[in-house]
Design a protein around this ligand. Structure first.
Ligand SMILES: Nc1ncnc2c1ncn2[C@@H]1O[C@H](COP(=O)(O)OP(=O)(O)OP(=O)(O)O)[C@@H](O)[C@H]1O
Ligand SMILES: [Mg+2]
Length: 239
């Protein structure tokens, strides 16, 4: 087991954002995560990446990571992208990726340019590498954010609505990139997405959250036909 989440909980004041949530993720698995707005999906990622500390226990590669800071979570092999695209606005695409390498591998001094070059090529970002973060479009920003996360050489990649706001052509390109990254690196992926058709295609299993709780976890086709998921999330009468 790569990741084991056991009975975690988190409150913001009186608001219960995550409640008694447990699930396991196998090495190499692609787990899709969905659920209504405010269900606690991003909060779950913030907990896994060390931004918030929950009750309960989280084990990653057989170590307790429940109370790590974000940089410690990164050193352990957890990288994430953000729902609201977040890169350094005054750094170029190239230097954003370089930051990922240096942040994720503090001792690494050699072959940095080779690694950046490979990531720029993989993401088709070579022609934009010198543009500053504040001057790039959403698609380029999302690819830069993904490249920066991959630059830390993660074992677990958390993608928070990575295709939100992209047009259909950009979505196809971005999903193809995720496929390629998975095939090349074997990285385990947790991906939050509202559009179920994409999640059903990509995922080995689906986890549906509702009001901070696990509504259902299982094979994609079983989950989308689950009566609780239909009632609380997907809705009746949608093809
Ligand atoms: N830092 C915070 N302080 C207070 N409340 C918060 C904070 N972060 C999240 N919440 C609340 O916790 C609940 C879960 O939020 P979260 O962002 O995890 O939902 P989500 O499932 O990612 O929703 P969406 O689909 O809209 O992105 C919401 O009610 C949200 O308002
Ligand atoms: Mg969210």
């Amino acid at each position: 087991m790569l990741l084991s989440v056991k009975n975690i909980g988190l409150k913001f004041g009186n608001l219960v954002a995550i409640e008694n949530l447990s699930f396991d993720v196998q090495e190499g698995e692609f787990l899709g995560i969905a659920g209504p707005n405010g269900a606690g999906k991003t909060t779950l990622f913030n907990i896994l990446a060390g931004y918030y500390h929950s009750t309960g226990q989280i084990q990653f590669r057989e170590q307790d990571i429940t109370r790590l800071t974000p940089y410690q979570a990164c050193y352990h092999g957890i990288a994430r992208t953000f729902q609201i695209p977040t890169i350094f606005p005054s750094l170029s695409v190239h230097d954003n990726i370089k930051f990922g390498i240096q942040f994720g591998n503090p001792g690494k001094k050699r072959n940095i340019e080779i690694t950046i070059d490979k990531l720029l090529t993989l993401m088709n970002l070579q022609s934009q590498k010198d543009i500053e973060g504040k001057n790039i479009d959403l698609f380029t920003k999302k690819k830069t954010m993904l490249a920066t996360a991959m630059a830390t050489k993660p074992k677990l990649l958390l993608l928070d609505e990575p295709i939100g706001g992209l047009n259909p052509d950009e979505i196809d390109q971005f999903l193809a990139l995720i496929y390629q990254i998975r095939a090349k690196t074997g990285v385990t992926i947790l991906m939050i997405e509202h559009l179920m058709e994409y999640l059903v295609d990509l995922s080995d299993r689906l986890l549906i959250l509702s009001f901070g709780k696990k509504l259902c976890i299982g094979l994609p086709n079983d989950v989308i036909n689950n009566k609780h998921v239909i009632k609380d999330y997907i809705g009746e009468g949608i093809d």
